[in-house]
Design a protein around this ligand. Sequence first.
Ligand SMILES: Nc1ncnc2c1ncn2[C@@H]1O[C@H](COP(=O)(O)OP(=O)(O)OP(=O)(O)O)[C@@H](O)[C@H]1O
Ligand SMILES: [Mg+2]
Length: 496
Amino acid sequence: MSSVGEEIALLIKSRYPLIFYESIDEEYALTELREIARSGGLIYYWWSVTEGLRKQDSEGPYYQTAEPHKALKMVVALVESKDVPPGLYVLKDFEKYLEEPVTLRLFKDVLNCVRNRRDTVVILAPRYTIPQDIETDTAHIQGGYPSEEEIKQVIAETMRDISRHNRKICVSLDTEETHKLFRILKGLSRQQIRNVITRSVIDDGVLNINDMEAIENYKRKLFDQEGLLEFCTTEDKGSIAGFPNLKQWIAERSTSFESVDSSALPAPKGVLLMGVQGCGKSLAVKVIARELKIPLYRLDIGKLYSSYIGETEQNLRRALNIVEKLSPLCLWIDEIEKAFSGMDSRADGGVSQRVFGLFLTWMQERKAGCFLAATANDVHRLPPEFLRKGRFDEVFFVDLPDPETRKELFFIHLKKRGLNPADLEYDRLADEAVDFSGAEIEQAIIAALYRSTGSREKLASRHILRQIHETKPLAVLRKEAVESLRAWAKTRTRSV
Ligand SMILES: Nc1ncnc2c1ncn2[C@@H]1O[C@H](COP(=O)(O)OP(=O)(O)OP(=O)(O)O)[C@@H](O)[C@H]1O
Ligand SMILES: [Mg+2]
């Protein structure tokens, strides 16, 4: 039995009246529940709106029980009848009918009736929603997904099926790529795995590393239909100047998400990057995801806020749920201080406070597999809870680049624009660009390029120098703010 199966068996033993089994793999979940009933000595019943209420191995359903009211009354009758052994009542998609007040009332009667008995009710549905009235009676279980071993079987079966009807096909993946494939396919149902593998193989007859992106995309679309998470591209570590400590920290952890299940070391949980604007925080997040070899998704907290009370929390729950299904991943929250401190609790009825609380709890309790990368600019608005031990593995401070890093910045950005750094005095440019952020250095190069192109000249150092001299960097314009930020960071953070 799977670990989810064991958990359900335990809940039944501890006499939970209602288990909400959230699973997209109905076929699998039903087989599992039937087995749980059998080994626990319970009679297995199942209901759906099309088939009515049926008892294990019986020919047809109980009379007229396709109708939810009648089905519930039948359950009460069965539970209360003395000569019927205890049962496991599996109701498919029943949460939909609980929106109707009379059905909800009848359902509560059922729960009162099974309470303190060995009978248990299970709602089986692909998505968890439950009326508040009965939430405390509900044990919520997620799962029913095939294990790695089963994923392997499904892939093999699918390949066999295709090759029976089609031309020659093959799998061309090394061990590492195979692990990656399993990781992506985790959380999908058998049918979904069959679909996506078939799609990947049919076009070119081979399942290889080139299919991974499409498979990843398929999975994201499947779970995140509302678009709460944004899939982001990642960047190579060569594209970022400076950050030696962060680069080393990440390099030491670069294989943490590789081994699928057991690993001696716990996977890292996340970092908070704070600091001066335009100095590469967002860029660093993209590098981190690439180095950890996991996909990067951005969660826009602002998007979760809804004008309907209660929906914002529901939206966050939903987003975090999707995160769990897509993991391992790197979850990026940009400007986290704005996300949670933006709203006055009196003005929004406490929604932002509750959402913040929910997020903190999730941070504390989340399973391994989600690396959280957060960035912040304004430390004074950053809720102190984020700095408490255990919430992030490390808090890094991103300062203005030092002279060495500025050299690197010129080198990287000149090359990026197709220029040869050796043709320009990039050492001198770096010396002159005191207090410039990475973004400002990039900007100076771009503006100089416009200028030189406009006057039909080949770009020379003087064009860039002129641009440097004409720019007042933000660090100068907002000197006090930058200095207070540095002073604050000194004792609380580690430098990148
Ligand atoms: N250390 C760096 N190495 C390479 N490029 C950099 C660096 N810092 C900044 N840049 C350039 O500046 C651009 C803007 O930087 P980025 O958005 O990462 O800064 P940020 O710290 O997130 O700024 P903000 O606080 O405004 O969000 C980057 O896309 C990159 O082109
Ligand atoms: Mg940024």
